[in-house]
Design a binder for this molecule. Sequence first.
Ligand SMILES: NC(=O)c1ccc[n+]([C@@H]2O[C@H](COP(=O)([O-])OP(=O)(O)OC[C@H]3O[C@@H](n4cnc5c(N)ncnc54)[C@H](OP(=O)(O)O)[C@@H]3O)[C@@H](O)[C@H]2O)c1
Length: 269
Amino acid sequence: MSDSSNARIALITGASSGIGAAFARAYAARGCGLVLVARRMERLEALAKELKNAHGTKSLPVRADLAKPGAVQEIAGELARRRLFPDILVNNAGYSIARTFLGADWPAQQDFIEVCVTAPAALSRALLPAMVEKGWGRIINVSSIAAFSPGAKGHTLYPAAKAFLLKMSQSLAAEVSEKGVHVTALCPGQTESEFADANGTRGEIARARMPTQTPDEVVKAAIRANERGREIIVTGLRNRLAVAAMKVLPDGLSAALIRPRAAKFSLPD
Ligand SMILES: NC(=O)c1ccc[n+]([C@@H]2O[C@H](COP(=O)([O-])OP(=O)(O)OC[C@H]3O[C@@H](n4cnc5c(N)ncnc54)[C@H](OP(=O)(O)O)[C@@H]3O)[C@@H](O)[C@H]2O)c1
């Protein structure tokens, strides 16, 4: 591999499955050391072993529940104790609640906000200073094409959280791109992973037979875009067309087209 991520350290949240595990494999193949963060430690340890055997990768698996306030500070403390200063941050951990706002209780919504909004911002704040000091850094925030959607019944806070990551990425890019830090919002559409298992919509997704990308396809496009300094990458032609349509159509028309279809991917309250 010849890009400039050689011999760097990449911290990836949500590395225990799906897109996060694909990021870990891709950065390991580029010669990076890894800090792998998620709750399922046995998955992280198995991935670390796989990547050590495949590439000689040094990995630090870190068990963390990002819904817990203070989790990011604990991770930062552990990194400081080990004198580890990641050069690459992938804010990937995430999920959605496939119910209406009133169909899920507030603690569940609050956990969602901690994982999908607060943790990525806090991790960026924790790791950016060392990147800026080194004059080299990479941040990829895993957003979604949902960031461009007009909102629909069910998964209520998901488009808002993903739009937060999109806007945060753009603002950070404006602040640090001249300091050698590339910040990219990654916006995939439907991707094969455990996402639908985690939110209980595997059956609905299978019935819809939507075009789906693999995590490897998504990650390949993301790393290429990030290396080029692109602020936003929408992966796959169909997703780019969908986003283009959502940008040009009036919100009312976009909502009328999207909401009946989106409702099929929500569970009854
Ligand atoms: N799949 C799609 O169609 C799709 C489309 C657009 C965007 N995305 C985004 O892609 C990202 C990755 O999702 P995926 O599709 O790869 O789904 P996935 O296979 O379910 O992976 C989600 C990851 O997030 C971690 N995670 C969830 N809650 C966590 C918590 N409280 N603390 C720490 N880690 C937590 C999970 O690890 P543990 O359970 O081990 O903690 C897992 O590694 C998400 O941000 C998602 O919104 C997915």
